[in-house]
Design a protein around this ligand. Structure first.
Ligand SMILES: Nc1ncnc2c1ncn2[C@@H]1O[C@H](COP(=O)(O)OP(=O)(O)O)[C@@H](O)[C@H]1O
Ligand SMILES: [Mg+2]
Length: 394
């Protein structure tokens, strides 16, 4: 370590200590006969200068509320700069001060992963692509104000799923209550239906409900823990609904959605729900708890951010930063979601287009391998019959 690093290190340590004090992360101990209390600060264990960031590790004194760290996120940013991020729990925390700014835009490109149901989240602070497997960490909740980037994120998530799995391995039920976002997915080989109202969705979810029951029975009969252990497993089903809160009064929809959230994982049935807020007026607590992966785009205020990710950061995302969000799994991470235009999505999805079938009233509900297609198995091979490549609404 150079002299400069040492000097810098001391300067940064003292900044960090000032932040500890301003954030109230100290413990005061009364001393007999002394006017001033003894103030115990968190212990700084290490400072590392890395390529794209400086990393501090500290632990709190016993008795200091760890929630104060997240609550005072802004204090750390005030002292160490806006590119500061803190993660940790209970006692041990890591502070990262990044050198560059967050990348502001990146374009979606198909990504080959090992995941069975790959979710492409976005790029992180240092430009790495963050992905995960929905088959392992099921059920995704996306929240954020209008214009923050929810529907765009859904578009790239659904497109990636379609490009990653064949129609005999993945079935999609899509809900677009604003009737504005999912046209591009109509009449695709993977798509059971794009539903624009509660009635259509109820019909599709009846089918999903039947699948839950059938698959549950199969698990039971074969004494399996996951449906994919069957010799020829049924396709994964993903139910993705944009602006889900518009369905809050729809009991039939809610019942099936809650069931999927509770038992879907072992049955290979998954949820992706997006809505502006996730408070209990629009989503009951049990359902919310089962949506374990969260993407919080810009929130109206810290309360709404906290409802989704447990802390207030999403309220600090700037209105200009469209597609910026916090991904909450075990840790919280800020990401920039991929931008995929409707035109590009349409071009990518063209090979899966079906001709002359209106998927909204396609009579699936059949046995495996799956329905709605004249030739469900030959479609991706050399039989072009089912695929046209014409425009969707034509
Ligand atoms: N990942 C992104 N990168 C760049 N711009 C984005 C991104 N996501 C959204 N936008 C921009 O923001 C606008 C609103 O996004 P949208 O997904 O419709 O928000 P929401 O569904 O939350 O209302 C889009 O039309 C687009 O111009
Ligand atoms: Mg939208």
């Amino acid at each position: 370590m150079s002299v400069l690093d040492l000097l810098l290190g001391n300067r940064n340590k003292s900044k960090l200590k000032s932040a500890f004090k301003a954030a109230g992360l100290t413990r005061k101990i009364k001393r007999r006969g002394q006017a001033k209390d003894l103030e115990i600060l968190p212990t700084i264990h290490s400072v590392r200068y890395l390529d794209k960031r400086t990393e501090f590790v500290f632990t709190l004194p016993n008795g200091v509320d760890p929630e104060l760290v997240a609550k005072n996120d802004y204090v750390f940013k005030q002292y160490l700069g806006t590119q500061t991020e803190i993660s940790g729990n209970l006692k041990r925390f890591v502070v990262n001060v990044y050198k560059g700014r967050m990348p502001s835009q990146f374009d979606y490109a198909y990504t080959d992963t090992d995941h069975r149901l790959p979710i492409i989240c976005g790029i992180n602070r240092v430009g790495e692509l963050v992905t995960y497997d929905m088959a392992l960490t099921p059920h995704l909740l996306i929240t954020g104000e209008t214009g923050a980037g929810k529907s765009t994120q859904l578009r790239s998530v659904i497109t990636q799923l379609i490009l990653s799995r064949g129609p005999d391995q993945l079935r999609l039920v899509l809900g677009d209550l604003k009737m504005s976002e999912f046209h591009v997915f109509r009449n695709l080989a993977h798509v059971e239906a794009v539903c624009y109202n509660a009635g259509e969705l109820t019909k599709q979810l009846d089918w999903v409900d039947g699948e839950l029951k059938k698959r549950g029975k199969l698990l039971n009969e074969h004494e399996l823990t996951h449906i994919s252990e069957l010799p020829s497993p049924p396709p994964a089903i993903v139910v993705a609904i944009d602006e889900f809160a518009l369905l809050r009064e729809e009991k039939a929809v809610m019942r099936v959605v809650e069931d999927i959230s509770a038992i879907g994982r072992a049955l290979d049935v998954y949820l992706v729900l997006s809505q502006q807020r996730a408070d209990k007026d629009v989503m009951n607590g049990r359902l919310k708890q089962n949506l374990t992966v969260r993407m919080a785009f810009r929130a109206a205020d810290a309360i709404n951010s906290r409802i989704t990710i447990g802390s207030g950061e999403a309220a600090e995302i700037s209105i200009e930063d469209r597609g910026r969000f916090y991904l909450k799994r075990e840790q919280l991470e800020i990401l920039q979601g991929p931008f995929l235009s409707v035109e590009k999505a349409r071009a990518l999805l063209k090979p899966y287009k079906r001709r002359g079938v209106d998927s909204s009233d396609s009579p699936h509900k059949g046995e495996y391998p799956v329905p709605t297609l004249n030739d469900p198995l030959g479609l991706l091979g050399d039989s072009p019959a089912g695929f046209a490549g014409g425009d969707d609404d034509a």
